[in-house]
Design a protein around this ligand. Sequence first.
Ligand code: PLP
Length: 404
Amino acid sequence: MTNQEIKTLGEKYVMNTYGRYPVALVRGEGTLVWDADGKEYLDFLGGIAVNALGHCAPEVTGALKEQADTLIHCSNLYWIEPQVQLARLLCENSVFDKVFFCNSGAEANEGAIKLARKYSELKYGPGRHTVLTMDNSFHGRTLATLTATGQPKFHKHFHPLPEGFSYAPFNDTAAFEEALTEDVCAVLLEPVQGEGGVFAADADFLSRVQELCRKKDILLILDEVQTGMGRTGHLFGYEAYGLTPDLMTLAKGLGGGVPIGAFLATEAVARAFSPGDHGSTFGGNPLNTRVGQAVLETMTAPGFLEGVREASSYFRRGLNILKEKYSFIREIRGLGLMVGLDLTFPGAELTRQGFEEGLLFNCTNNTTLRFLPPLTISREEMDRALAILDSLFSKACPEEQEGK
Ligand code: PLP
């Protein structure tokens, strides 16, 4: 089918919830993808931080094929070997002791919120159930996680929202202290706000957050759905800040393209759950956990994360050269290969032009171009992307795009 044929069929049968480009991506290899009409793109969006090892990485496809021929699904009423192996690997490579597997980032956050509330209720009785989150955050689209999301635009039309959430400004220690009221059982935050515009937390802020949480036995839940799995140049974002959170949520990169989510907790917290408290039919299924195992084994191999940090420095150096050249580039933000380039004008048109020129990235927070390339990106691919951006910026006319 052609791009146009797929688009026409999609408009007829698929719900209208995304603003989409008028193409279908049908094949990928590494950093490259091709649309249905054969046009090639450099993918610097990576399925929004999902294709951490690039498209159709041999580690991912190999594990998938092998597991597909062995056992695709069985119920969590039985032990699942790849699930157990992935849980072991995650715990051995983190500060956590126990894992629950689910299917997406939103589900991981839902589960972490449930666990935090039960932990608090068992210890302190009912009423201490509020989850404090940050302004401008993003935690998912289910009713609880969109309520946790500190951006009113996502709440509109979906009232009544679940109770038990409060908000504080990001990176504001004094306001955070004030927001830690007696009813708060957990703080949920992203070490680097992704959808909100690629804003990294200040190290001082996070260390004070952790200190205050510890003092009051408020659980610190890090949403590492986007920052986790090597994205920041560390296996998990909390390592970059020297934190020891009580819970962490993962999804996106963990499956290298296969849907999977997880939340991890320390033993003391995980103990609050007992059989019947939480579950998921597909969660921890042999197919996706076998792939997760392959992804994690690849990322923990010697030199992998160092490679991510080197690639990040190289790409940022190139972007900073562009920043020197174009005064409308306000800031280069983020951590590792989670990169935001903030403009003095809305970025939608440049994002569209990038797509036309065969470079995929997106725009968040109205003015921030966001790049989430595969962690395996090469220098040559980064050079190509930087050349395309240079050419786009050289033709950009900020005055014209003001107010768009
Ligand atoms: N949390 C963060 C930080 C995210 O970036 C996202 C998705 O972008 C989610 C949660 C929701 O994940 P999912 O779309 O897999 O439910």
